[in-house]
Design a protein around this ligand. Structure first.
Ligand SMILES: NC(=O)c1ccc[n+]([C@@H]2O[C@H](COP(=O)([O-])OP(=O)(O)OC[C@H]3O[C@@H](n4cnc5c(N)ncnc54)[C@H](O)[C@@H]3O)[C@@H](O)[C@H]2O)c1
Length: 352
C-alpha cells in the first residue's frame, strides 16, 4: 500500500527564499523517476519544495540514480509498473501534478523489442490520462506533463522541425518507427484529453538529452563514446557519421520542463525541448576524444551490423525552439564542450 498526500504548506527543508512563504507545497508524481531524466527531475522538484512520489519498475532505470534524492524525507519511492491499474489509480488519486516519463527508451531497445515498446508507451499513458479525467469529473484539475520525443517527426526532410510540422514515419515493417508512432499516439491522447475534458496537459518533445547517469546500454551515443574513450577502446560510429544531432544538458531540459509546468499558456500545447546547435556524430566522436585526451581510434559500423537489416535512421534532427523561447524565455546554460566535459567527469568518478 502506498501512502498518499494532499496539498501541504511549507516544510522545514523548504527553499522559501526562492518562492516566498505563500508557496503551496505540491504533491507530485514522477513516473520513470529512477531513470536518467526522471532522477534529475525528481531532484529539481524536491529542491522546489514539492513532495515527490516516484514510481518506476526499474526496467531501464536504476534506483541508485535516486541515492541523493532518497535522503530527502519528501520523497516516496514505489517500485512498480505504470501498467498496473490499481497502483496507478492509487498514485494519481491525491496528486497535484503528474510528470509522465516512464517509457521504453533507446534505439537499441526499440530495434530489439518493438512489441514491448508499443505496450509500454501506449497503455500506461492511456491509463494515467483516464485516472486524471476521473479527477476532472470530481472538479480537480491535475496538471500533467507528457514526455514525448523528436522521434515523432520521423524522417521529416525539413532542416529544422517545428511543433506543427508533419510526422513522416517509415514503413511499419521497420520496427524503429514504433517508438515515434507510439509516442505520437500518447500526444494525440494527451491533446484530446485537454480538448474534450479540459485536462491541463503539457507535452514536451525531447531532442537528444545527455548528462550524468545516462547509460549507453540502450544505444545512447554520448555515454557510449565517453566510455570507449576513457577505456581506450574504439569509438564506434554508425554509418558515415555525417548524421547530425543536437545535444542538450539534462539540467537545462529539466528546468524547461518545470518552467513550462509553471506557465499557464503552455497548457494544451506541444513544445520542442533541447538544443538547436547541431553536430555530426563523427564530429561528436572527435570532440570526445579530444576533450578526454584519449588515444582511442574511430571505427565505422553499418546500421545493419549495429541493429538489423530493417534499421533506418534520420540524417538530420534539429528543433525549432521559437515556441519554447516565446513561452518561457528559455536559454541553455551548457554548451556542448561543457556537456561533454561533465559527462567525462561523471564517468571518471564512477570508475575511480
Ligand atoms: N534521453 C533522451 O534523449 C530522450 C529523448 C527523447 C525522449 N525521451 C523521453 O524521456 C523520458 C525519459 O527517458 P530517459 O532518457 O530518462 O530514459 P530512462 O530509460 O532512463 O528512463 C525511463 C524510466 O522509465 C522506467 N519505466 C519504463 N517502463 C515503465 C513502467 N511500465 N512502469 C514504471 N516505470 C517504467 C524505466 O525503468 C526508467 O527508469 C522517456 O519518456 C523518453 O521517451 C528521452
Amino acid at each position: 500500500m502506498v501512502s498518499s498526500f494532499g496539498q501541504g504548506r511549507l516544510d522545514s527543508n523548504y527553499p522559501a527564499d526562492r518562492f516566498g512563504s505563500s508557496w503551496i507545497v505540491k504533491q507530485v508524481l514522477v513516473t520513470g523517476g529512477s531513470g536518467f531524466i526522471g532522477s534529475h527531475l525528481t531532484e529539481a522538484l524536491l529542491a522546489r519544495g514539492d513532495r515527490v512520489t516516484v514510481v518506476d519498475d526499474e526496467s531501464t532505470g536504476n534506483v541508485g540514480n535516486l541515492a541523493t534524492a532518497r535522503q530527502n524525507t519528501r520523497l516516496t519511492y514505489v517500485q512498480g509498473s505504470v501498467g498496473d491499474e490499481s497502483l496507478v489509480r492509487e498514485l494519481t488519486n491525491n496528486v497535484d501534478e503528474v510528470y509522465h516519463l516512464a517509457a521504453a527508451v533507446g534505439v537499441a531497445l526499440i530495434a530489439r523489442a518493438p512489441m514491448e515498446t508499443i505496450e509500454r508507451n501506449i497503455y500506461p499513458t492511456e491509463l494515467i490520462l483516464s485516472c486524471l479525467r476521473d479527477r476532472i469529473q470530481r472538479g480537480e484539475a491535475v496538471k500533467c506533463f507528457l514526455a514525448s520525443t523528436s522521434e515523432v517527426y520521423g524522417k521529416n526532410p525539413k532542416d529544422t522541425w517545428s511543433e506543427d510540422d508533419d510526422l513522416v514515419f517509415g514503413s511499419t515493417t521497420r520496427p524503429r518507427w514504433s517508438y515515434g508512432a507510439s509516442k505520437a499516439i500518447d500526444e494525440f491522447m494527451g491533446l484530446a484529453s485537454h480538448r474534450e475534458y479540459g485536462l491541463p496537459v503539457v507535452i514536451g518533445r525531447f531532442f537528444n538529452v545527455v548528462g550524468a547517469r545516462q547509460t549507453g546500454a540502450y544505444g545512447m551515443v554520448l555515454p557510449r563514446f565517453v566510455e570507449a574513450a576513457l577505456t581506450g577502446r574504439p569509438l564506434i560510429v554508425h554509418d558515415d557519421g555525417q548524421q547530425t544531432r543536437c545535444f542538450a544538458h539534462v539540467d537545462d531540459v529539466v528546468s524547461a520542463v518545470i518552467a513550462l509546468m509553471e506557465t499557464d499558456t503552455a497548457v494544451g500545447r506541444v513544445f520542442n525541448i533541447g538544443s538547436d546547435d547541431p553536430i555530426s556524430i563523427l564530429g561528436l566522436a572527435q570532440r570526445v576524444i579530444k576533450l578526454s585526451n584519449s588515444k582511442s581510434i574511430i571505427e565505422f559500423q553499418s546500421y545493419s551490423q549495429a541493429y538489423d537489416e530493417d534499421f533506418e535512421d534520420i540524417r538530420r534532427r534539429v528543433p525549432d525552439l521559437t515556441r519554447l523561447r516565446a513561452t518561457i524565455g528559455h536559454t541553455l546554460g551548457n554548451d556542448l564542450d561543457s556537456i561533454i566535459k561533465r559527462v567525462i567527469a561523471f564517468q571518471q568518478k564512477q570508475t575511480s
